[in-house]
Design a protein around this ligand. Structure first.
Ligand SMILES: *Cc1c(COP(=O)(O)O)cnc(C)c1O
Length: 346
């Protein structure tokens, strides 16, 4: 593999002179700040947030056992996904490879940026084959998107195959680990310093219970992180988000407890759902949701809606024909779902 970040980045981005904010130009402590046209009243909300999120990054870097300059924070994972396209893919010329089925945002972000997505179908066990992915690339392929545990299939992708892709592809491999906290020990994060072309996405939206504050994380070699920082909105992580994330990170015991409850409930629900007469199969899950195959997906979906229980109908997705994607909820929510399902006759 020959990987050269300077050859990969778009020329206009490489030449770009980024916006320099007041807080970029002076980031120390002071008694009086009269440099950013802020309102002197309504403290602390009157001040712009730290554009580099120094304090928060220090905590997250130590949590993830990486260095601060390997870390980018975004407005959800959506932001680094979009920025990666904008940094590396020339609209109308470059393309990316994505597995399918997978998370829909990779394709939407590609389409917004006028970048072609070449889809490579997962195999019968919802897994990848490195050779197939690599054979789908051409000289305009800038990124390969992988998602493990994958959404909506729920399973981890084969680690050896992922590593083959990373080692043999000369563009970026973006590995989305949004659900990794439900799948202990399987993260590729410990290998991040070894691979200059690997970008790992994680998020505070799932195991951390903070989808509402919009905080996503990209971890990669410093040259990639520097490019993302260069093109992001200057104040992309607001004060409320930075404060709430600091608060949650300072006491991780609650998060561990939630994950443990969700994992117990996942085992229970997998068993209970399998016993329903109209369920053909419950796929094994390494995430906080279950993919459930039936012959009556739309009917069951609508019956549940009548009872104000909403699941995700994935029955029109390739390889997920007839499947519903069901998030593992609280014990009470799961019981209500089971009772509702047991009362459905198809
Ligand atoms: C839920 C999810 C995310 C999280 O996105 P955010 O923008 O961080 O909330 C990312 N990737 C996948 C595959 C997901 O399912």
């Amino acid at each position: 593999m020959s990987f050269d970040i300077n050859q990969l980045v778009r020329e206009n981005i490489s030449k770009l002179q980024p916006y320099s904010s007041a807080r970029d130009e002076y980031s120390g402590d002071a008694a009086i700040f009269l440099d950013a046209n802020e309102n002197p009243f309504n403290s602390p909300w009157n001040r712009y947030p730290d554009p580099r999120q120094k304090e928060l990054k220090k905590e997250i870097a130590s949590l993830k056992k990486i260095s601060i300059d390997q870390l980018f924070l975004g407005n959800g994972s959506d932001e680094p996904i979009d920025l990666l396209y904008r940094a590396f893919c020339e609209p109308g010329i470059d393309n990316v490879i994505s597995i399918t089925p997978t998370y829909g945002m990779y394709k939407v972000a590609a389409e917004i940026n006028n970048v072609e997505v070449k889809e490579v179908l997962l195999n019968e066990s919802y897994d990848i084959n490195a050779r197939e992915l690599l054979e789908a690339t051409d000289r305009h392929t800038k990124m390969i998107f992988l998602c493990s545990p994958n959404n909506p299939t729920g399973n981890n992708l084969n680690k050896e195959e992922m590593i083959k892709v990373i080692e043999r592809f000369s563009g970026l491999v973006v590995l989305d680990e949004a659900y990794i906290d439900f799948s202990p020990g399987k993260s590729l994060l410990p290998t991040i310093s070894k691979y200059p072309n690997l970008v790992i996405l994680q998020t505070f939206s799932k195991a951390w219970g903070m989808a509402g504050i919009r905080l996503g994380v990209a971890i990669a070699a410093t040259p990639i992180i520097n490019i993302l920082n260069k093109i992001k909105y200057p104040y992309n992580i607001n004060i409320l988000t930075q404060q709430k994330a600091m608060e949650m990170i300072s006491s991780t015991s609650k998060v561990k407890e939630w994950v443990s409850i969700i994992l117990d409930q996942r085992t229970l629900m997998e068993h209970e759902l399998t016993n329903l007469p109209f369920v053909i199969k419950v796929f094994p899950s390494d995430a906080n949701f279950l993919l459930v195959k039936t012959n009556h997906a739309r009917y069951i979906y609508e019956k549940l809606v009548e009872k104000k229980i909403i699941v995700r109908d994935r029955s029109k997705v390739r390889l997920c024909e007839g499947a519903l994607r069901i998030t593992v909820g609280s014990p009470i929510e799961n019981q209500k779902l089971l009772i509702a399902l047991q009362n459905i006759t198809v």
